[in-house]
Design a protein around this ligand. Sequence first.
Ligand code: BV8
Length: 231
Amino acid sequence: MAAMTDIRNIVVLTGAGVSAESGIDTFRDAGGLWEQHRVEDVATPEAFERDPELVLRFYDMRREAIQQKHPNAAHEALARLDREWEGGLMIVTQNVDDLHERAGARRVVHMHGTHLNAWCTACDVRSPWTGTLIERPACPDCGERSLRPDVVWFGEMPYRMDEIFAALREADLFVSIGTSGAVYPAAGFVRNANDLGVRTLELNLEPSQGSAWFDESRHGPATQVVPPWVD
Ligand code: BV8
């Protein structure tokens, strides 16, 4: 990493674009991730209330797709950074896939949850999902059939925001990888970084909605722009 001598603490934000070359559809490039539904229409508590089967099918299909995919060179480069970087590092991902972890990264924060867990809203217990949610398996603790995916929907508070803002306050560099900058609060992190005097770098296929806020942008597929930055 050129000119990284004065960099000690790094916050990386990733979005669907980091997993695109693993074959996992993004939200906005694929013209709507699934059956032409906008994610805003199927990833909300109201949608779950209105049509739980539609929402559960959406997540069952994504979970099945994720299981068949593998980390790509961008995930592997970030896992190398995680292993070798002696300073502070937080990889904040908006993705619910586990490809960062499967590549070997450990310092990962899933601000929008994970496809791996089901959440029983009756007893507020999270457990690894088993089978498909669409059969609405009973919660192992309370027996209620009220399991939902453990993901953050529109209108819900993202996870671990205090930790994320604490890491941004300590950061010397904020790097955004593979995200459109369409959804807040993640899309606002670059401005938080600017206000804190943190250097900002965007690695994305094309200019995102927040590109103007970055000190530097490098455009291209993540597997081509992330490894050179890491190495
Ligand atoms: C909240 C999890 C408050 C589930 C997701 C008006 C103004 C500002 C904000 C709002 C507003 N109205 C409503 C809001 C709030 C809302 C929001 O931001 N709405 C948007 C639509 C305006 N946000 C929320 O509701 C958030 N919560 O605000 O809570 C609150 C306060 C108090 C108490 C309670 C609540 C919660 C939002 C979380 C929603 N969940 N996902 C799931 O995955 O199913 S959102 C989902 O879309 C992602 O997680 C991500 O966050 C978001 C954007 O997706 P991206 O990852 O960026 O993917 P996208 O397809 O958009 O872009 C892909 C990018 O990759 C592109 O740039 C492309 O060029 C690039 N790319 C493609 N291929 C490659 C590549 N790059 C590199 N290499 C490649 N090969």
